[in-house]
Design a protein. Structure first.
Length: 316
């Protein structure tokens, strides 16, 4: 064997090694699971509808899940490993329904409903990390519902209609004075909550520094503003600190206010209202809570009820 042949073989081996050593990181949205025929599908999971109202009138019409959330994520686990999953977006055929094939046995089922711009990775139900688009202009974290529980598949398959639970709490920021023309966007920076959800507990599982930008274009000049921020608390109640900044067209901060230790509760709204565009000096809010209303959320087993619980209002 001559030297030229040895060099060629060495080059070929090196090329093969390089090819096999490069591994692409694959995200949930990059993977397509093989389809199964309807005849093979023995499990059907449905979100039948949502009660999109805010009051306690049980006669309200139920609406489709696409009118409340724009994304639904299904995942099935066995012995701690994800074995099936499906990501859906509003407009997809069968949005809110997942038909699949599973062998007889016991599994765990995860469902998320939200309106994020991207799907969280669902490989670990104890840490569902949501993408934070707040590093640039974006919609931020959104209202999120979840379900996590056992799924038993028998010889005749199974059908489930799921009642989901709200995982988020909301901070509502309201200005009682109108937006000046020079204000082009707001930033909400907050600490104390979580940007990741543990679906096995229903609470946040990381200590996040969340940031969301809200564009306030010329069409909002001369109008009062309302901005809603969402987070996952680490327990049923918690304290979150919010810093609100207003920027001009040159990215200069022209108004700022900090709200420390804002008391929040899961499935409840904490609303702060006041004059924001008149002073840059932080001011401790004067608590003026409304009398909490009775929680009369629907208990229909086939519904996801997005009705919020109490609304706590404060003036700053």
């Amino acid at each position: 064997m001559n030297i030229h042949t040895l060099k060629c073989r060495a080059a070929l081996v090196l090329a093969l090694c390089l090819l096999t050593s490069c591994e692409k990181v694959v995200l949930d949205e990059d993977i397509t699971q093989p389809a199964t025929s309807e005849a093979e599908q023995n499990v059907v999971i449905r979100i039948a509808g949502m009660d999109a109202g805010w009051g306690s009138d049980f006669s309200r019409a139920l609406v489709n899940v696409s009118e409340v959330c724009t994304r639904v994520n299904f995942a099935v686990f066995k012995d701690g490993q994800r074995v099936k999953y499906k990501n859906q977006a509003a407009g997809d055929e069968g949005f809110g329904t997942y038909s699949l094939t599973l062998e007889v046995g016991n599994y765990q089922l995860l469902i998320l409903a939200h309106s994020g711009k991207a799907n969280p990775t669902t490989t670990n139900p104890a840490k569902l990390q949501f993408t934070n688009p707040g590093s640039s202009s974006g919609t931020g974290y959104t209202d999120t519902f979840y379900y996590y529980g056992n799924l038993t598949v028998g010889n005749n398959g199974t059908q489930m209609s799921i009642n989901m639970t709200r995982a988020t709490s909301m901070f509502r920021f309201v200005t009682t004075d109108v937006k000046p023309e020079k204000v082009k966007k707001l930033q909400f920076y907050y600490e104390g909550g979580s940007g990741a959800l543990d679906a096995t507990t229903g609470f946040g599982c990381v200590n996040s520094k969340q940031s969301v930008f809200v564009e306030t274009g010329d069409e909002l000049t001369g109008k009062t503003l309302q901005c809603d921020m969402y987070t996952f608390l680490h327990a049923e109640t918690g304290s979150v600190t919010f810093t609100v900044k207003a920027f001009d067209k040159n990215e200069n901060v022209i108004y700022m206010r900090e709200f420390e230790n804002v008391s929040m509760q899961r499935n409840c709204i904490t609303q702060y209202s006041g004059k924001f565009f008149v002073s840059d000096d932080p001011k401790t809010p004067d608590p003026q809570p409304e009398t909490p209303k009775e929680d009369t959320s629907s208990s229909f087993t086939v519904m996801v009820d997005p009705e919020w619980g109490n609304v706590f209002k404060y003036n700053y």
